[in-house]
Ligand binder design. Structure first.
Ligand SMILES: *[C@@H]1O[C@H](CO)[C@@H](O)[C@H](O)[C@H]1NC(C)=O
Length: 403
């Protein structure tokens, strides 16, 4: 009799889940390691650490993907730390989508509670597994595989996802590719997508098209952070004027691309058949090389031409030298002036044709700050002739008024 009891005893001991502690409530003040967060002292653990009350509330789906994920992972729900489980709420408005993503740390079980969700994953051998799930259906997504969920119905959908880890992680493919600051060219090389599409998605998702002059860029970010735009545009003492112009050109280019990116849905060839700034001003496109005679194009086409043209200038080593200390060409400031003159037109178009939309997106404060920075900078370095500013004259004057 002794033998089977001992055997059972050893079996229990050797079971890998034999816990030394009952639980390990996350100490969120300490850093997270590969095994999760450190444990809070048991004496300070309260029942609230094991309860999470946020999942009864619908997430805010007013965003680009029309979806919201509310996680109750270890970082939000300290009680699950160390237990190898967690849960999240998923809200999908009509047309909502959780784009291709992976959870590097866990497999997922999805339970549909309301509505219809079309879900799928792609296995390592590229076989897709796709299903339309109705209320009460469950689907599993194996660890690490790319998967997605789309609202397939006419009403909003609700689901809960549980995970085999307290910190499953989340990496969204489009964000990884287009919300970063890698050079467009490198993304094109590594994804086989064409540059125009990449730039458009960077605009929509907020990635920077280019990064130049890391030190000066830090200076810009720091001075902008101080809120004093007049101070922020000045040439920092001891810096080269051309370096300063170059870094700011890249910065304003990225900014305009992201601002315009929020409008691509509304600024279409149908809504904006010409690149106009009010009834009196219309811009035609010519780059002097490929298109010599100015052509009438829609606003989105104009902006596409413009952004491509600017990026080509920025890529031209003989105009924007990449090596520190390499000389700038004699006509450098003329190139910069042309870039700023044309970037101004995007602002002029946004203010005249899309300001209502900007207001409804609650972006007007941001637009005004960006434009104010732009005007103060171009004024400081005499980059745009006064006549060019006419479509936004009142606004420009109010910005330049000494306070
Ligand atoms: C939802 O998010 C949008 C965009 O960020 C915001 O404007 C809106 O106020 C939010 N709605 C609620 C109810 O929080």
């Amino acid at each position: 009799m002794i033998f089977p009891i001992l055997f059972t005893f050893f079996l229990l001991l050797s079971s890998s889940n034999a816990a030394v502690q009952d639980f390990c409530v996350a100490d969120l003040a300490a850093p997270e390691g590969p095994a999760g967060f450190s444990c809070k002292k048991p004496a300070s653990v309260k029942v609230n650490d094991f309860v999470f009350s946020g999942l009864g509330i619908a997430g805010n789906t007013s965003n680009i993907i029309k979806a919201a994920v509310t996680p109750a992972f270890a970082a939000q729900f300290p009680g699950v730390n160390g237990l190898g489980i967690s849960i999240a709420r998923l809200d999908l408005a009509v047309g909502g989508v959780v784009p291709f993503h992976t959870h590097p740390g866990a497999s997922e079980v999805l339970v549909v509670v309301e509505g219809t969700i079309c879900a799928g994953f792609v296995a390592s051998d590229n076989t897709p597994y796709l299903q339309t799930l109705e209320k009460g259906d469950i689907m599993v997504f194996p660890q690490g595989l790319l998967h997605f969920q789309v609202n397939g119905g006419e009403a909003s959908a609700l689901a809960f996802a549980s995970f085999g880890s307290a910190s499953p992680g989340l990496q969204i493919l489009d964000f990884a590719l287009f919300k970063n600051d890698l050079a467009t060219e490198l993304i094109a090389q590594t994804t086989f997508l064409d540059a125009a599409q990449i730039k458009k998605l960077k605009g929509v998702l907020g990635g920077l098209i280019r990064v130049q002059g890391a030190q000066l860029q830090k200076h810009i970010d720091a001075t902008l952070g101080s809120g004093n735009l007049r101070e922020a545009v000045r040439l920092p003492p001891g810096e080269d004027i051309n370096e300063w112009l170059a870094v700011n050109t890249v910065d304003f280019f990225n900014q305009v691309n992201i601002l315009y990116g929020t409008l691509t849905e509304f600024c279409t060839p149908v809504n904006c058949p010409t690149m106009s700034a009010g009834p009196k001003y219309e811009y035609r496109w010519a780059d002097g090389v490929n298109i010599k005679k100015p052509i009438e194009v829609s606003a989105p086409k104009y902006v596409e031409y413009l952004m491509d043209w600017i990026e080509n200038q920025l890529d031209e080593e003989s105009i924007f030298p990449q090596r520190l200390g390499a000389p700038f060409p004699a006509n450098f400031q003329d190139v910069v002036k042309t870039i700023f003159k044309r970037l101004f037109r995007v602002y002029a178009h946004i203010y005249h044709s899309h300001f209502q939309k900007i207001v409804s997106l609650k972006e007007e404060a941001h637009l005004n700050t960006c434009f104010k920075h732009f005007v103060l900078f171009t004024w400081e370095f005499h980059l745009i002739d006064k006549g060019e500013l006419a479509p936004l004259q009142d606004l420009v004057e109010s910005i330049l008024q000494p306070k």
